[in-house]
Design a protein around this ligand. Structure first.
Ligand code: NFS
Ligand code: SF4
Length: 667
């Protein structure tokens, strides 16, 4: 494979050349050597019992059955359901740990943690029906934590946050038996159902996948988002930089990689400690430079404006720069290969989760009760390693970004403290200024050219007045190419540009990590409540896209969006390509009953065309005027940039965008 086919990111290409010259293997090389099994790749291999593995191959593969008689459709459906269970488990277990951290914080047992966003705590308490009057913050926080924790073990009833969905959606879930009970219960049940000799009806198996996926989106992930906001602050727009060029030549470079914000937030704090900074100077470093990879990066990027060194496929490449003193990892998306990569350099790989060990790494276990002390110990270890740095190359590529568009901020930016609402967004869609909204999420996958599909698609979407909201590694890809700056509004279609100009936002909104996809559900629910479009998430002119995915978590996300009423498109080969029946259920039957669906399309053109078709059909069903580029009613004049600046100058805010605490501005 040519270098150009491996990545469109010049920083990645430079590091791949360095790796090649130095004989260091990366996932970009290994993917060429590892031919995927064509049977498994299309969902037709079953190894759920030891009579098999059974593989459906040849011309009549769809009519074949396994030794137990399982049909190709049953096998493909079981595969999907198990991936969804595993993906939901990952996000939900992440949420569970945060709930226990909140509990320890409320009880004063988590040294270094505090409740940073009391407003968010009160908001969550209200949703959970927890009394707040006359009670201390800690008492309320303890109840919020315990209510959250009870969602994992609940045996009957429904998840607490189901009540946040539009009423119509809740009724639909009830009608089809899709309302999730407890998080653990649904995941366990899907594992049971999909074992040898249990559920043998593809439709029923896939219903279980739908129900289980919601323990992620409306369960563990949504709780993870809320509790992270309570503990570390709700994101609001902040400027930062993205890509490998954020590494610094004269400072101790520490990378945090993985997913949980708990330790990384403490590392942010430890690295700013004057004593620790002074210690770094004794080792000849000018300072401590913290940056992130993957979703840990997103967590501290959207809250603290800490730079991101890149997305999933940048993890090995960052180390190959030779300029990283320590990479600190916790859970998920951490390549085992890192232990091999660091062996070529002075970099220390430090594992921190009780759940994730890598042979060859140094293990320093995180314990929320002593979090800040552990964080300081780790930062010191990195500092001690600074004098060991040898030859290094830092790619000179870094881009400005404006990130941190929480649903709270999106509401606020449309009217300020007193008039915050989703009216302007809904109106812009109704008027045809904005054709629709697309959520672009998900990973990198070395089987596809890094960032290419995401970048090509986002370019076309914004040109055609489609507002893009984004999370995860896709969002970082957009950051690397400048799509997360307000200046990029110049590349947007005339309607979207007008909306971006009026508010001073980029045409692509970075909403956070992958668990923060739950924020998109909240935005969609608010849009439904606002009125004028659909009164449900289903039927909205919106599409979810996961173009370069690789993780089973991505699949869980795709399925919960489908369950919530959003048509979803995944890029690359279809994981159910071997069963036309399962494809039909997930694409057509799900759409008929839920107005949400999941399908796989392998080219950029196919994804783009299908997205526009889905949005146009939704607009038509809502009886909205047909979208025509540049043709919308002009009588409703939004503020232009000049008027906006004047307003901001009058308020004393000079940041180019408002913060909720900077007085009551608004459109
Ligand atoms: Ni999401 Fe975030 Fe990235 Fe994919 Fe991995 S980091 S949780 S799974 S690779 S987007
Ligand atoms: Fe084969 Fe059935 Fe066993 Fe799967 S469960 S491996 S199809 S015998």
């Amino acid at each position: 494979m040519e270098l150009a086919d491996k990545s469109i990111d010049p920083a990645s290409r430079q590091m791949l050349e360095k790796a090649k010259a130095e004989g260091i293997s990366t996932s970009f090389d290994r993917v060429e050597a590892m031919k995927p099994c064509p049977i498994g790749r299309e969902g037709l291999c079953c190894k759920h019992c030891f009579m098999g593995p059974c593989r459906m191959v040849g011309k009549n593969k769809e009519e074949m059955v396994g030794i137990c008689g399982a049909t190709a459709a049953t096998i493909a459906a079981r595969g999907v359901a198990r991936w969804v269970a595993a993906g939901s488990a990952a996000h939900s277990d992440h949420g569970r740990d945060l709930a226990f951290t909140l509990l320890a914080t409320a009880k004063g047992e988590a040294h270094g943690f505090k409740i940073k966003d009391v407003n968010k705590l009160l908001k969550v308490a209200k949703i959970m029906d927890i009394a707040v009057d006359g009670r201390t913050t800690e008492q309320v926080a303890e109840d919020v934590a315990n209510t959250a924790i009870s969602d994992w073990g609940r045996q009957n009833g429904e998840l607490t946050y189901i009540r946040r969905a539009p009423k119509k959606r809740q009724e639909l879930w009830k009608k089809y038996g899709l309302t999730p009970r407890g998080i653990d219960r649904e995941i366990v049940e899907t594992m049971h159902r999909t074992g040898m000799g249990v559920d043998q009806d593809p439709e029923s198996i896939l219903n279980s996948a739908l129900r289980t996926s919601m323990t992620d989106g409306w369960g563990g992930a949504m709780l993870a988002t809320d509790i992270s906001d309570i503990l570390f602050g709700t994101p609001e727009p902040v400027k930062a930089k993205v890509n490998l060029g954020v590494l610094k030549s004269d400072e101790v470079n520490i990378l945090v990689h993985g997913h949980e914000p708990t330790l990384s937030m403490m590392i942010v704090e430890a690295s700013e400690d004057p004593e620790i900074l002074a210690y770094a100077k004794t080792k000849g470093a000018k300072g401590i430079n913290l940056a992130g990879i993957c979703c840990t990066a997103n967590e501290i990027l959207v809250r603290q404006g800490i730079s991101s060194a890149g997305n999933f496929l940048n993890q090995e490449l960052a180390i190959i720069s030779g300029a990283v003193e320590a990479m600190i990892v916790d859970v998920q998306c951490v390549m085992e290969a890192l232990a091999q990569t660091v062996s070529h350099f002075h970099t220390k790989l430090i594992t921190t989760s009780i759940k994730a060990h890598i042979p060859g790494a140094t293990h320093i276990e995180f314990d929320e009760h002593r979090a800040i002390d552990i964080a300081k110990e780790i930062v010191k270890m990195a500092i001690d390693n600074y004098p060991n740095r040898k030859a290094y190359t830092i790619p000179d590529y870094r881009n400005d970004v404006m990130v941190g568009f929480s649903h709270e901020y999106i509401e606020y930016m449309q009217g300020g403290h007193y008039r915050g609402s989703f009216r302007p967004l809904n109106d812009a869609i109704i008027d045809g200024r904005i054709m629709g909204v697309v959520g672009m999420v998900g990973c990198n996958n070395p089987r596809l050219t890094q960032d290419q599909m995401n970048i090509n698609l986002v370019k076309r979407f914004i040109e055609n007045d489609i507002l893009v909201v984004s999370t995860g590694c896709a969002a970082v890809a957009f950051g690397k190419r400048g799509y997360l700056t307000p200046e990029m509004m110049a590349a947007a279609g005339p309607g979207l540009r007008e909306v971006c100009e009026a508010i001073g936002i980029p045409p692509v909104l970075h909403m956070g990590s992958c668990v923060d996809n739950s924020r998109i559900l909240t935005v969609l629910s608010a849009m439904a409540e606002e009125g004028g479009l659909s009164d449900d998430i289903g039927g909205m002119p919106g599409v979810g896209i996961c173009a370069e995915w690789m993780h089973e978590k991505a699949l869980a996300i795709g399925v919960y969006f489908a369950a919530s009423g959003v048509p979803v498109i995944f890029g690359g080969d279809s994981i159910i390509g071997g069963s036309s029946k399962v494809q039909k259920i997930m694409r057509d039957d799900w759409f008929d009953k839920l107005q949400g669906s999941l399908e796989f399309l392998d080219t950029e053109d196919a994804i783009f065309d299908r997205t526009v078709d889905l949005i146009s059909a939704a607009r038509e069903r809502l009886k909205l005027k047909k979208y025509e580029k540049g043709k919308f009613a002009v009588e409703k004049v939004l503020l232009d940039m000049a008027a906006r600046r004047k307003l901001e100058a009058g308020q004393g805010g000079a940041g180019g965008f408002m913060k909720p605490h900077e007085g009551a501005g608004g459109l």
